[in-house]
Structure formats: structure tokens, C-alpha cells
Design a protein around this ligand. Structure first.
Ligand SMILES: [Zn+2]
Length: 708
């Protein structure tokens, strides 16, 4: 006898029993979430309305497979750009479980309000649009919707809970075997003094051996990015798609500053033409048109960068908007966004660029992006000797930072193209408030340092031509006093400008000084320094990787010290100044920066000597004086003739330079009126044009003998 032969109500009873058996007694079906979606899922709204098509978003198939009940993964991490369908992965995995594997589940949004919005405005319509879900979930649009959004009852007496990461009580529930954590980077670090909300959620799941947690978010700021950390701890899969020209698989990346990636044309006036955007293959260099994307996506594969991470239980997926299916977000519109963000950034507002990096490239924004890397400096430190000026250093200057118990001086050499070398550092202990010449005064030693010639690699000697001393510390008046006494030896009292964007070395102002009870009107010139401007320039130079113009050379001898950390202590950070977005160099509290300050002051001293207007002829003259190379005479003539042919000579610039550069003013090196100064380099007999016999050590001994 079959069910058809039964009276109507009995027939219904059997049918219901059969359905119940199917649902509750059968083991969870071995169908992946992706297959389930392709068969049952309907999209409620938008351009993709209708039955779910995996071929539209092939990159979502593997994440959904990993989220399926039978996969071995405990944690599935989706670090995605916005609007690539990651929330649909979450919904599909919940709905499939409601259908085939009912159990208590939870979806957590950043706030209770977000949770309510999802429950009422996204989840319910999605469920209602998907026919197979009919009758599996209570859709009571009744008066009690105000509370029922928190827990949607599903078949079998289970429920889908909606929680807010800002409410610990909303995360408290029965034990859970499945949960999704959405937009985790917007979650608070701590919820109601009970710790990180993600940890609270995991606690609810700890009793399930087959637990599964799906974590999704767009990135935010590096160092404070839950999704970034989760992805790093996962097996880090990236979607490799084949080039339609050469067939080589690759990850689609924006490719800033690279020969590959998104490229576009510009008008003759330099305006971007986003409509020309193409993807340039990193293997064959061919331009890939966007209409090739569906094929590329269909033939893409996820490749893990760290296979087996997290004992093989953490699958992570990273996807940017370059993969956006045709008809969603075009490469051209991304270029438009990028160009607008660059414009804002140049105007001091980096918020749109951060948004682009987060939402479109799905990368964490690195607030330290414009700092410099101390480890990189250490790695490329060179084997030159401290206290000796390398071959191409032709201008020697010093920057001095003052501390309550010491002076910290850095000696820098500059050469063509403002290439620079850290030549020496002097940490001189003593109370700067003690007068020069008295016992324990660090100033006495500083004067010695200033007046002692430094050996040049060519065998000649060079003097420090200008020194800048910071007046901003605790010893302002002591610095004023010292600088007043030595003003004629190019010793400058400097002070950081309070305003942003000032020139590295501004104009001096005459300051009254009070010293030991006596007041002198206009007693000292204090020079304003555009510290931010200088840091911008010097930090940029520290990031250069090839010796040449602007390159910063550092000696290996300082590798075991914190010199390089001090040189790179400041970070360019976004701040809001009087309601406007801006970027400022900020040194984290507690970080030492004497070396960085010394570098800025030394560069200001070089600016005082006019380095910013030096031309090849000026460097050639300096070289002729300090390190003449007869064999290079022909090459030198060539350089000069190039210089003259290449650009017109501005007499005024040269005049200005000659006036500022004491070496040119008197032709014999630093303009020092101090009688105790050693003979200037120009008169040094060691400055022979022939290689000095016995090398540079011997020539130093000879020159010292003759000079004294
Ligand atoms: Zn190719």
C-alpha cells in the first residue's frame, strides 16, 4: 500500500514524516555550499537578480566549498574588497545549513544596529526570494519584529542569531557549531570589558569538534587589522588568472610604479584617460582588455602562499576589485577613483586614498607608509671608516642636538646631487649650561670637533664648514650664548618652525639674549628650520636603494647601535588640523631621535652654504680643491661642457652661491676668523694632485706636522 491510497489527512501525515526523516535523520548531505547555491539560491535584488550563477563569480566557489560542512577547515577568512560578493558567501553558508543541516548559528555584525539591519533588510528578503527556504524559517512580520530580529527560528527548533560585536550580551547564546563574523575590522577591540568580541564568539563554539567560523572584512589600518592578522595566520590563497595572450597565471594587482598592472593613457596635458585602462601582463607585457575578464575568472585558481597553515585548518582568501565581474566595477572607474585619491593626497587629504587601498585593493593602509625603514638602512650600511670623508663627499657640515646632560653631534658629508654620507657622530657629555672653557662644559669639546680637520679619502683634509645647533631643548640660552660667540665661524642657532611646509632653512630673526643676568638686545640670530620639509626630503632619500643623487650612505660601524632607528624614528601620519586633513611627521613617544635631528640640522647647515643651488661647476671646483684627479681632467671637461650645453647658466644663482659658500668667498676653505683654526684645506700640502705616498694615513701625519 502506498501513501496515495491513504485518506487525505493520513496522507499528509506520512508526507510530513517523510520530510522530517529526510531532514533530521539523514546525515548532512555532502553537497558543497557552492553547488547548493547554484541549485537553490535566488538573489533578491540588484543586477544579478534571479538564480545564483557560480560562473558569474567563479572566485567565490572555493571559499564556499571551504565553508561547507564537510570541509576540514575550522576558520575561513575572506579579506575582500567591497562588493565582490563576500556577504553572499556568508548568507549562502547559513541558508544551506538551514536547508540541509539545521543547527544553531550566529551572524555577528559590528553593531547591534548593523545586526538588526542585516536580519530585517537583507537576510529576510533573501530567504523569502529563495523558494526552497519556504517553511524552513519563521517569517513572522508581526508586531514583535522589534525583538524577533535577534533570533530567527528555523526548522528543528533551532535559530539563527544576530549579534552585535558592541554588545557582549548579544553574543551570549547557546553553544554554536557555526558562526559568521562580518566586517570584523569595524568591531571594537573590547566589548563591555569582557575582551575582544571575536574571542567571546569563539568561546561559544569551543565545545564543537566540527565547529566552523567564517570571518570576513575589508581591511583597514595595518597593525590594527583583525582581518589582516587572520589572513596572515591562514594559508593565504590568492586568485591566479591566466593571461589571454601568453597563458601565464598571475595575481591581478594594481602595480603602482611597476611595468605591469593597471595602466592607462594620459592626455598631452597630463590628465588621466580612465577609459583607456588595461591590465598589462607581468609575464608577456601585453595589454589585456577588460572584456577578457570573464574567461580569465573562469579559468582562475586559488593558490595558497602558506599551504597547511594553522594545522591545515585555516583557509584564507584575498581578493581585490580588479577581479570584479564584468558589469560590476570597471577598471576605468577604479582609475578614476585612484586619480581623484591622488589629487586629494597631494592636497594633504589621504582619506580617499586610504579608502581606495582598503575597499578597492583590499589591503591594509600602512600609516607608516611614508616613514623609512631602519632595518633597510642597516642592511645596506657600508664598509667605510667612521671619521673619514668618503671619496665623493665634498662638503662637510655638522648638526647638533642638545640634551640636558649632553650634546649630540652628527657630521655629514655631501656631494653631487646632494648624495650624503654620515661621517661621524660625537656624543659629548656635560652640562650645556656650563660656559665653554669651564670644567665639565661640553662646548669646549664641540669647538675642538668643529676645528679639527677631517681626513678625506683623497688624502687631503676638510673642515666642517657650517654647524647648526638646536635651541629648542632645555638649554636655549646656553645655545644662544655659544652661537653668539662663534657666529663668524658659521655656527647657527636654529629652531624648528611652528608652521608646516616652511623652507628647510628660513630667515633668521634677531633674538635678545639673557646670559648670566645680562641682557643683549638682538644678541643672536636664530634661524627657522622647516623640520617637516627637511624630514620629507631626507626620509624620501633614505628610501632610495641605489647610490647616486640623493642617496644616503651610512657606515657599518654604527650597525650595532640604535643610530638607524633614531634616524628613522618619525612617521608621517594623517592628522586633522583645524578641521582639515593633513599629514604630519610625528615621533612616537619615548622614541629617541637625536640622530634624525642631527641629520636635519646638518642638512640645514648645508642649505646655509647654498647646496640647493650648487651646479656641476661648483662641485667640480670643490673636487678640484679637495680631491684633484689629473687623470680625470678630460672627463671633467666633458662634464662641464655638458652642463653648459644642457642648461643656461644663471649668473645670479652662481653669484648667490659664491656669496653664501665661504669656500668660494675666500677661495681657501671655511671663512673662519678664529686664529686657532688649523690651516684650511686649500693650503694643505697633502692636497697634492698625485697620489700621496704611503696612503691617506701617512699623508694625514705629514699634513698635521706641517700645519702645526
Ligand atoms: Zn601575458
Amino acid at each position: 500500500m502506498s501513501a496515495r491510497d491513504l485518506p487525505a489527512d493520513e496522507y499528509r501525515a506520512v508526507e510530513i514524516l517523510d520530510r522530517l526523516k529526510l531532514r533530521f535523520l539523514a546525515p548532512p548531505p555532502l553537497v558543497s555550499t557552492a553547488d547548493w547555491a547554484g541549485q537553490y539560491r535566488y538573489i533578491a535584488k540588484g543586477p544579478e537578480r534571479g538564480l545564483w550563477r557560480n560562473e558569474r563569480t567563479p572566485y567565490l566557489v572555493e571559499p564556499m566549498e571551504c565553508a561547507s560542512a564537510f570541509s576540514p577547515y575550522e576558520r575561513i577568512v575572506l579579506m575582500f574588497a567591497t562588493q565582490l560578493g563576500k556577504t553572499e558567501v556568508l548568507y549562502n553558508s547559513i541558508m544551506q545549513r538551514i536547508h540541509t543541516d539545521p543547527q544553531d548559528m550566529m551572524m555577528v555584525q559590528p553593531t547591534l544596529q548593523d545586526a538588526q539591519d542585516h536580519s530585517g533588510q537583507r537576510f529576510l528578503p533573501t530567504v523569502q526570494q529563495t523558494p526552497v527556504m519556504q517553511g524552513l524559517i519563521s517569517v513572522s512580520r508581526s508586531r514583535d519584529e522589534s525583538s524577533s530580529w535577534r533570533a530567527r527560528s528555523i526548522q528543528g527548533g533551532f535559530a539563527v542569531f544576530f549579534g552585535g560585536a558592541n554588545s557582549a550580551s548579544s553574543l551570549a547564546s547557546k553553544p554554536l557549531g557555526f558562526a559568521v563574523a562580518d566586517e570584523v575590522n569595524k568591531w571594537p577591540a573590547d566589548v563591555d570589558n569582557q575582551g575582544p568580541p571575536l574571542a567571546l564568539l569563539e568561546e561559544r563554539m569551543s565545545n564543537f569538534s566540527r565547529r566552523k567560523l567564517v570571518i570576513a572584512s575589508t581591511p583597514t589600518v595595518k597593525g590594527a587589522s583583525v582581518i589582516g592578522d587572520e589572513y596572515l595566520a591562514s594559508d593565504r590563497r590568492q586568485y591566479h588568472v591566466p593571461c589571454p595572450h601568453c597563458g601565464e597565471r598571475q595575481v591581478l594587482e594594481w602595480g603602482t610604479g611597476q611595468a605591469w598592472g593597471i595602466q592607462w593613457l594620459k592626455t598631452p596635458l597630463g590628465a588621466a584617460r580612465p577609459e583607456t585602462a588595461v591590465y598589462v601582463c607581468r609575464h608577456c607585457g601585453a595589454a589585456i582588455q577588460e572584456h577578457c575578464k570573464p574567461d580569465m575568472l573562469a579559468n582562475g585558481i586559488w593558490i595558497p602562499q602558506a599551504p597547511g597553515a594553522g594545522r591545515g585548518r585555516r583557509a584564507g582568501f584575498h581578493l581585490n576589485k580588479l577581479y570584479s565581474p564584468l558589469g560590476w566595477r570597471s577598471w576605468a572607474s577604479l582609475v578614476e577613483k585612484w586619480e581623484a585619491a591622488q589629487k586629494s593626497k597631494n592636497a594633504g587629504n589621504s582619506a580617499p586614498l586610504k579608502e581606495f587601498i582598503n575597499s578597492s585593493l583590499a589591503e591594509d593602509w600602512e600609516e607608516v607608509g611614508t616613514g623609512a625603514d631602519s632595518q633597510a638602512l642597516r642592511n645596506r650600511a657600508e664598509d667605510y671608516e667612521m671619521g673619514k670623508v668618503p671619496r665623493h663627499g665634498l662638503l662637510l657640515v655638522m648638526g647638533v642636538d642638545t640634551q640636558p646632560d649632553r650634546l649630540e653631534a652628527r657630521v655629514w658629508a655631501f656631494g653631487r646631487g646632494e648624495e650624503s654620507w654620515l661621517v661621524d657622530r660625537h656624543i659629548i657629555y656635560g652640562d650645556p649650561n656650563l660656559d665653554e672653557g669651564t670644567e665639565g662644559s661640553p662646548w669646549t669639546r664641540l669647538t675642538e670637533v668643529r676645528r679639527t680637520p677631517v681626513l678625506h679619502a683623497s688624502g687631503s683634509q676638510v673642515l666642517i664648514e657650517a654647524t647648526c645647533i638646536d635651541t629648542g631643548g632645555h638649554n636655549t640660552h646656553a645655545v644662544y650664548n655659544y652661537c653668539r660667540h662663534h657666529a663668524r665661524s658659521n655656527v647657527l642657532a636654529v629652531k624648528g618652525a611652528s608652521q608646516y611646509g616652511r623652507p628647510v632653512l628660513g630667515r633668521p630673526s634677531l633674538i635678545d639674549i639673557t646670559w648670566r643676568g645680562k641682557t643683549m638686545k638682538g644678541g643672536v640670530k636664530v634661524w627657522q628650520i622647516g623640520t617637516d620639509t627637511a624630514k620629507h626630503l631626507l626620509y624620501g632619500r633614505m628610501r632610495l636603494t641605489q647610490a647616486g643623487p640623493g642617496y644616503v650612505h651610512v657606515p657599518k660601524a654604527l650597525s650595532d647601535t640604535d643610530e638607524f632607528e633614531q634616524m628613522t624614528a618619525a612617521r608621517l601620519l594623517p592628522v586633522v588640523v583645524q578641521g582639515k586633513h593633513s599629514m604630519r611627521w610625528i615621533t612616537p613617544q619615548g622614541k629617541r631621535e637625536e640622530a634624525g635631528d642631527g641629520m636635519v640640522y646638518a642638512y640645514a647647515a648645508a642649505c646655509y652654504l647654498g647646496i640647493q643651488s650648487y651646479r656641476e661647476a661648483s662641485w667640480a671646483r670643490r673636487e678640484q680643491r679637495i680631491a684633484p684627479q689629473e687623470t680625470d681632467l678630460f672627463a671633467q671637461v666633458t662634464v662641464i661642457s655638458n652642463d653648459e650645453a644642457g642648461e643656461p647658466v644663471h649668473t645670479s644663482a652662481l653669484d648667490q652661491e659664491s656669496a653664501k659658500d665661504p669656500a668660494f668667498a675666500n677661495g681657501i676653505g671655511p671663512a673662519t676668523p678664529e686664529s686657532t683654526a688649523p690651516p684650511p684645506p686649500a693650503q694643505s700640502p697633502a692636497r697634492s694632485s698625485l697620489p700621496a705616498p704611503g696612503g691617506w694615513r701617512a699623508s694625514l701625519v705629514r699634513s698635521l706636522r706641517q700645519g702645526s
